[in-house]
Design a protein around this ligand. Sequence first.
Ligand code: ADE
Length: 248
Amino acid sequence: MRIDVLSLFPQAVDAGTGYGVVGRARERGLLQLQGWNPRDYATDPHRTVDDRPYGGGPGMVMTIEPLRAALAAARAAAPEPARVIHLSPQGTRLEQAGVRRLAALPRLILVCGRYEAIDERLLQAEVDEELSIGDYVLSGGELAACIVIDAVGRLLDGALGDSDSAQQDSFGDGLLDCGHWTRPEQHALGAVPEILRSGDHLAIARWRRQQALGRTWLRRPDLLARATLDDRDRDLLAQFITQWRQRC
Ligand code: ADE
């Protein structure tokens, strides 16, 4: 997959996606990332990329031309058609299903804004979709772009060591993940749950599923309402709820 990023701070995106699973995916060529700085395409001596907003008000607006030229250069750098995405708090909120959809595309161009906004004409003419990473406002799109690249990059074929682990993650099947433990078995902070030490793989899988259902019920009932549960899941959850109520 190829991802081009338009940003006044391309180094921030490079650094934010240079480590761990996604850093390795980049090193191995599974993910090709290239930054494009609109300032390099500004034509005036001061390399200006912003101007005051029509109608007044605070802040500056990113002008059309430097962004348009940077975008044209990015598009021309590879033959694959690219989906152009503007990171914005006004966009559709990104969820794991959206991440999977993006990971199946050959190429993305992420447009990161700074200042108050990007001129609306550029957005309407060039952008295919707007994505938000959550209902809060960042000072620019770069961190949001890093999040998109990280979430997408780890889903690329071969990026994760164990191909199962993406499915077992939180949201892999619409539920939160269960808890995890490692050595030591006994610690001043507590013991590892007995069942995980039993060696009974079927019982462990069942217990983990129950924990995932229960944790989702406790913490994110909105997700549970949207998840597809079978009869066995419903039984496991009912049992979890009964035990939980007894403990309270
Ligand atoms: N830019 C600023 N805030 C943002 C957000 N919440 N999501 C995506 N891009 C942004």
